[in-house]
Design a protein. Structure first.
Length: 286
C-alpha cells in the first residue's frame, strides 16, 4: 500500500538567510516565493513551467525571487534550497547565472557537489548540521566562493554514473568501461580516492534509490524490490546497517510537515499561491 502523502517532504529547516528540504510526489499550483530558489534533482529529473512558458524537463534550476511557476516532481525527489535574495551568496549566484533572466537551468546534477552517502545522511538523519553541510558545498561551488576540490576525474565520473543510474543497471564492468579502467584498477583507485569501497558506494546508491521511491509514494516492499533488494526485510537490514535507521522509521518521521528553526533570526520566507479565484500568501512555510 502506498503512503498517499502528497507532497512528501522531509523536515523543513530554516537558517539565517537560507531554508531547505527534500520534496517529492506532487504537482504544484502556480506559486512564487520571495526568495531565490534552487531545485536540484536527486535521481532523474523534474518538470517545470512559468506563467509564460510550456513545460520543460530539468535536472537543476535556479529561479529568481517572485517568479510565478509550477513544479512537477515527475516521480523523482528534489532538494529545494531557498535563499534571501539580498545576501552576498545569493547575489553572487544571481549575477553569475540569472543576470536578466527569471530562470536558469543548469547542466549539473547534485552529485557534482556531494556524494551519495552525504546526500543520504542529509535526508535520513534528523540533524540540521548534516543538511547544512550539503547546502554549503552546493552554494560554495555555484558561487565559486572556494576552489573546487581536485580529484581524479575518472572517479568523479564513476560516482556520478552510479548515483544517476538505476541500481539494477549498475555493474562494475559497465562503470569500468565508462571510465576507461580495468575492473581491478577501478576498485583500487575508487577506494584510494574516496576512502570507501566501490561495493559500499553502490550499496549506498541502492538504498538512496529505494528511499526516493518511498518518497515518491511506493510502499517499502515495492521500493525495495524496484531497487534490487530481495524484499523489504533485506532493504530494512541494509539501511539499518549503513545508516542506523529503518525504512519504516524514516517513513514515520516524515509523515508530518515538520518545521525546524535553526537560527534566532531565520529566513523570512513567503509563498504566494496563485489561482483564478484568489492569491493566497503563506508566511514562514512552504
Amino acid at each position: 500500500m502506498k503512503h498517499r502523502k502528497s507532497p512528501y517532504t522531509s523536515t523543513f529547516y530554516m537558517w539565517k538567510g537560507i531554508a531547505a528540504f527534500f520534496y517529492s510526489s506532487h504537482l504544484t499550483s502556480f506559486h512564487s516565493h520571495n526568495t531565490i530558489q534552487l531545485i536540484l534533482d536527486t535521481q532523474k529529473d523534474f518538470r517545470f513551467k512559468t506563467k509564460d512558458s510550456s513545460w520543460a524537463t530539468c535536472k537543476s534550476l535556479i529561479i529568481k525571487e517572485n517568479v510565478l511557476h509550477q513544479l512537477d516532481t515527475n516521480g523523482s525527489v528534489q532538494l529545494i534550497i531557498y535563499l534571501d535574495a539580498e545576501t552576498r551568496i545569493a547575489q553572487s549566484i544571481k549575477a553569475k547565472y540569472l543576470m536578466e533572466n527569471d530562470i536558469q537551468p543548469l547542466d549539473l546534477n547534485i552529485f557534482h557537489f556531494v556524494n551519495s552517502k552525504e546526500l543520504q545522511q542529509a535526508l535520513l538523519m534528523p540533524e540540521s548540521s548534516i543538511l547544512e553541510s550539503v547546502i554549503n558545498k552546493v552554494l560554495a561551488s555555484l558561487a565559486l566562493e572556494i576552489g573546487s576540490v581536485q580529484t581524479d576525474q575518472r572517479i568523479l565520473l564513476a560516482e556520478q554514473t552510479i548515483s544517476t543510474t538505476h541500481p539494477e543497471e549498475i555493474t562494475i564492468k559497465s562503470i569500468a568501461d565508462k571510465v576507461c579502467l580495468s575492473e581491478s584498477r577501478l576498485r583500487s583507485l575508487f577506494k584510494q580516492v574516496t576512502g570507501v569501497s566501490l561495493y559500499r558506494y553502490i550499496l549506498w546508491n541502492k538504498i538512496w534509490y529505494a528511499t526516493n521511491q518511498i518518497m515518491a509514494g511506493y510502499s517499502v516492499n515495492e521500493a525495495a524490490i524496484d531497487a534490487g533488494f530481495t524484499d523489504g526485510s533485506h532493504f530494512h537490514k541494509m539501511m539499518v546497517q549503513m545508516f542506523g535507521i529503518s525504512p519504516s522509521k524514516f517513513l514515520k518521521d516524515n509523515m508530518l510537515d515538520n518545521l525546524v528553526l535553526c537560527d534566532k533570526s531565520p529566513l523570512h520566507f513567503e509563498t504566494y499561491i496563485h489561482s483564478k479565484a484568489k492569491n493566497k500568501r503563506t508566511v514562514g512555510t512552504r
